[in-house]
Design a protein around this ligand. Sequence first.
Ligand code: ZN
Length: 371
Amino acid sequence: MVKEWSNQGLKIGIIAVDPSSPFSGGAFLGDRIRMRNLSGKENIYIRSVASRGSVGGLCDSIYDIVDVMKSFGFDKIIIETVGAGQSEIEVIFVADTILLVLSPNTGDEIQMFKAGIMEIADAYVVNKMDLPEADKFVLQLKNTLSLESETKSKIILPISAIRNENIKNIVNWIDNHFEEIKKTGEYEFRKKRRMKRRVRSSIIRNIDGIIESSNFDFENMIDLKEKIIKYICEVDKNEKIDHIGIAVKSIEDALKLYNDLLGLEITGEEVLEDRGLKVAFIKAGDTRIELLEPLHENSEISGFLAKKGEGIHHIAYEVANVKDIISKSKELGLKPLSDEPKPGAHNTKVVFLHPKTTNGVLVELVEHNNK
Ligand code: ZN
C-alpha cells in the first residue's frame, strides 16, 4: 500500500504501535524492523510507538502524533494497532478508515467470531491468498459477515502481499471510501466522535496522573477525590471574574459586612510590601472580593483613596497567560500599566490596564501559577 501511494508521489506517515509492558514501558520495535525496506525512501516516515499499557490497542499520545504528522503535510497516515484483541477498538476514534487484516490458517478463523473488532472494520483485507485454504477462508468470512449484519454490506479485499497481488485494490478502495464518507456526512460524524474522545482521554489521562502522583492511603481518599473534582472544575472553567478589588481604609472594619454580617469565608490575608498593600480575599460564590488596605501614604491605592475615597477599585479577570495578554492588549490599543507581569497575591502574576482605555474601569488580569 505504502509503495503504491509513494509511487503516486504522496508523502506517507506510518505509526506502528508496539505492545509494551506497563511495567518496563519498552517496545519491541518489531514493526520498524519489519518495515525496514520502506524506511530508506524519502517520502515515507515510520514511527514506532509503545502502547505503554494503554488499553484499546493504541498509545495515549496517538492523537498528538497524528496532529504533528498532519501539520508536516503527510498525505496519508497509516496507524497499525497492537493486534486483534477484542478490546482494541480505540482506532475507530482516531482513523477515518479502518481495515482489518486477516489471514487464513493463523487462528484468525476463531478471531472472526469475536465481536467488537469485527464490527469496527470498514473493509476486511484477507492476506496470503497464495495459501491453499485461502478461498475457503474468504467464503467462511463472507458467511460470518452476512450473519452478523444483514443491512450493511461488508467489503472483503483478498490479496497476497508476498506476490504483490491486488494491493492496488486496497489503495483504490481506501481512496473511494474516503470520498464517499465525505459525501454521506459520515466523515463529519467520525471527526466529531474523534474530538469527543480526545477531550475525554486527555481528561482521564490527567486524572490518572493526579491519582498516581498522590501519596495514596485509605485515610486521604476524600482529599484525592477533592483534588480530582478541583481539576475537573478547572478544566471546565472559562476565563472568569477572578475577583473584585475594593479599596478600604481598614480591612478589619470592612470585615463587619463581609464576615460578620454575610458570613462569607476569608480565604487569605497577605501583605504585599513592594506594592504598599495589605490584601484580604473573601469568597463570594464563584468569585472573590479583594479588600485592599494601604500600608502607608505611598501605597498603590493611596492616590485612589485620597481622590475618590473608599469604593470599587478594580475588576480582575483570570487569564491563561499574562505575558501574552500584555502584548495582545497593546495591539488592540489598550494600555497596560506595566510591560512585564507583576507579582500578585497568592503567587499570581498580574497586570493592570489603564482605565482610560477600558471604559473608566481599572482592569486587572490574573494568571494563577499553581495550576
Ligand atoms: Zn486585585
